[in-house]
Design a protein around this ligand. Structure first.
Ligand SMILES: Nc1ncnc2c1ncn2[C@@H]1O[C@H](COP(=O)(O)OP(=O)(O)O)[C@@H](O)[C@H]1O
Ligand SMILES: [Mg+2]
Length: 301
């Protein structure tokens, strides 16, 4: 059974494309057949994140308009045979994509792939609305832990609920221990409470992410904390109970700060992704399987 995950934000620049590209790679390396759809029409970025810029010939709008076959537009990743990317059109607008056609494309992809990740455009305009009508199984909201971002995320949440899609999971990105300690930035837990969303993951602000982007590489190929964070997220998506590091909410020892404990690589093997494992219907009261564990296992890292 395939699962379609939609990644949205509200505010732009919070790390949606960065996170979805790297997550797609983690899942593909874990043995899942993955398609990453870049749905940010006019502002495509996934070709760059995956180092596929030179290979784009056809795009999502070409497929939707019948200018090519779906198979012609799906770009295989040279190093990850299980990963395909469907690029966004760079010179089109959101209105050029018929949501019914997108729905159909996703239906076709479901037949051959285990996981379909959709990288949404920022904002709450037509670009996002198109994708919200395309039939996702799960929604994920990515935010940074500040008032402005949370305010915008609330609007996106309202739109998601209006479309009767499942209540989003939350990923809080670019967390800084020092700023949370100083009360400048919210913790991931506080952000989740403010938005009343189940927490799927927390990712630290990480120089490795910047370096990877400058090199047109994936940060999961660097030994860094964000890589560990993504492996945890993939594990939770598969229903595993993975503790949260809870950045900034407790003092970390010198040793932990400098030698962060590695996530068990075996998690990568244990990932079994299916939304049914975590939630099959839009039940606003449902909790992530890892949420229960989180309150008791928060000190495990
Ligand atoms: N955890 C992180 N640490 C440091 N930089 C990050 C992190 N996540 C994202 N970024 C940076 O933030 C910028 C915006 O990311 P992007 O994925 O393009 O955002 P969006 O798709 O939400 O607009 C990029 O320069 C990216 O490298
Ligand atoms: Mg983006």
């Amino acid at each position: 059974m395939s699962s379609v995950y939609l990644f949205a934000s509200g505010k732009g620049g919070v790390g949606k494309s960065t996170v979805t590209a790297n997550l797609a790679a983690v899942l593909a390396r874990a043995g899942r057949k993955v398609v990453l759809i870049d749905a940010d029409i006019g502002l495509r970025s996934q070709d760059s994140f995956l180092g596929l810029e030179d290979r784009v010939v056809y795009d999502l709008v070409d497929v939707a308009r019948g200018r090519c076959l779906l198979s012609q537009a799906l770009l295989p990743h040279p190093d990850m045979p299980a990963l395909r990317m469907l690029p966004a059109a760079q010179f089109s607008r959101a209105r050029d994509l018929d949501p019914k056609k997108l729905h159909k494309i996703i239906g076709l992809l479901r037949r051959d792939y285990d996981i379909i990740l959709i990288d949404c455009p920022a904002g709450i305009e037509r670009g996002l609305r198109n994708v919200l009508n395309a039939g996702a199984d799960e929604t994920v909201l990515i935010v940074t832990a500040d008032d402005l971002c949370l305010r915008d995320a609330e609007k996106t949440c309202a739109l998601i609920s209006e479309k009767k899609l499942p209540k989003p999971w939350l990923i809080v990105n670019r967390l800084r221990n020092d700023m949370i300690h100083d009360g400048l930035m919210y913790s991931a837990r506080t952000a989740a409470d403010v938005l009343d969303l189940p927490l799927l993951g927390e990712i630290p602000e990480d120089e490795a992410v910047t370096v990877a982007q400058l090199k047109h590489a994936l940060f999961i190929d660097f030994a860094c904390e964000s890589r560990e964070a993504l492996i945890r997220i993939a594990g939770r998506m598969g229903g595993a109970s993975v503790p949260f590091p809870s950045y900034g909410t407790r003092k970390t020892s010198f040793f932990r700060r400098h030698f962060p404990q590695k996530v068990k690589e075996s998690l990568l093997r244990d990932i079994h992704l299916a939304p049914a494992v975590t939630r099959s219907s839009p039940d606003p009261k449902s909790k992530s399987p890892s949420e229960t564990a989180e309150s008791t296992e928060v000190d495990a890292e």
